[in-house]
Design a protein around this ligand. Structure first.
Ligand code: F1P
Length: 345
């Protein structure tokens, strides 16, 4: 049957998260030593495709919870424009994520960093990979590896590793406690996502994904999933940026999915109203149902998590929506057109 692998891997996510947690726990002392010895004043997260998008969420979370300067940069930029990434005199640490551990740009970005004496940490689903060999330390997502070309459980389990890293750097037992709840919460969320998304957007042709702060990376990942699996036009923006031009192209053929936050709840609710008035079908995901009542589909997760931890639970909705729209269009999500498991240059 079409899409069986992808569907299975979406469902397997909570198990992969639990395994990633154990794996991070085992590696934590070594990671702490690297930070202690090298004392970085900045963390640069990198990767390609989904691994770059998870880096965006990781960087936003690291900086806001640990107060450590952090940003995400596509691995290709490190290769081509290292001078625009690394600041002379600073002490960065590079965190490179890659499911395969073989993507050329990511492996080469680690080589570039090493040549500059920059410490490197790899996050990967493949422990015996060029990335794992190149990086000073690598942390493994043991159940994140997929058969499918598109990244689902690898994305969320690598993201979880990076959030655990942020919680560790922050010394935040609150965030650690939240992350520990995710495997159990995930089972209910994955089921809910697959049910909710079965027909959602089946009649619409364009998708807009909006998320701010840590959810910005999730919005991009949702855009990528829709593009890869369902080959539907999709864009991603920071929520309030959307009024600055892109809203002009919204109409009844548009589904706007808002990955809501606590931090921006009120302004995001106003935006949802404007999107609706522009004719879009508005789907709002947040923790609390009171966040956005005036929308077409109101998904209240009811999980009482911080914006950083809740991001991980948004991923299954992004994946399920793209999966169902691919199946609905007669496409096989397991074999997206012109894509390979990893890009080798
Ligand atoms: C990254 C990636 C995937 C994308 C595509 C090619 O791979 O860009 O996100 O879906 O299939 O590879 P990796 O570096 O995480 O292995």
């Amino acid at each position: 049957m079409e899409g069986t692998r992808t569907l299975r891997e979406i469902v397997e996510q909570p198990e992969a998260w639990a395994a990633a947690m154990r794996s991070f726990g085992a590696a934590a002392p070594e990671v702490a030593r690297l930070f202690r010895e090298r004392d970085p004043d900045e963390v640069i997260f990198t990767g390609c495709g989904s691994s770059y998008y998870l880096s965006m969420t990781a960087a936003a979370s690291m900086q806001s919870v640990a107060g450590l300067r952090a940003r995400a940069v596509p691995a290709s930029e490190i290769l081509q424009y290292p001078g625009s990434v690394f600041v002379p005199g600073s002490r960065p640490l590079l965190v490179a994520s890659s499911r395969s551990g073989t993507t050329t740009e990511t492996v080469r970005a680690v080589e570039v960093a090493r040549r500059r004496g920059i410490p490197t940490l790899g996050l990967t689903c493949t422990s015996r990979s060029p990335l794992a060999r190149q990086a000073d330390i690598s942390v493994h997502s043991p159940k994140g590896r997929e058969e499918s070309v598109v990244m689902t459980k690898s994305f969320s389990s690598l993201l979880l590793l990076s959030l655990l890293l942020a919680a560790d750097r922050a010394g935040s037992s609150a965030l650690r406690g939240e992350l520990r709840r995710l495997p159990v919460l995930g089972r209910r969320i994955v089921k809910a996502a697959l049910t909710l998304c079965a027909d959602l957007g089946a009649g619409e042709s364009r998708f807009v994904f909006l998320g701010g702060g840590p959810a910005y990376g999730i919005a991009w990942e949702a855009m990528l999933k829709m593009t890869e699996m369902a080959q539907r036009p999709a864009v991603a923006y920071h929520p309030l940026e959307f009024r600055h031009g892109p809203i002009a192209a919204v109409g009844p053929e548009t589904v706007a999915v808002l990955f809501g936050s606590r931090a921006g709840a009120r302004l995001e609710a106003d935006l949802a109203g404007d999107l609706r008035r522009s004719g879009a079908m508005v789907v709002s995901l947040q923790d609390d149902w009171r966040g956005n009542a005036d929308v077409d589909v109101n998904v209240a997760l009811g999980v009482r998590l911080s914006d950083e931890a809740r991001c991980l639970l948004y991923a299954p909705f992004a994946q399920a929506l793209a999966y169902h729209r691919a199946i609905g269009a007669g496409l096989d999500p397991d074999f997206p057109r012109d894509l390979t498991y990893a890009v080798h240059l």
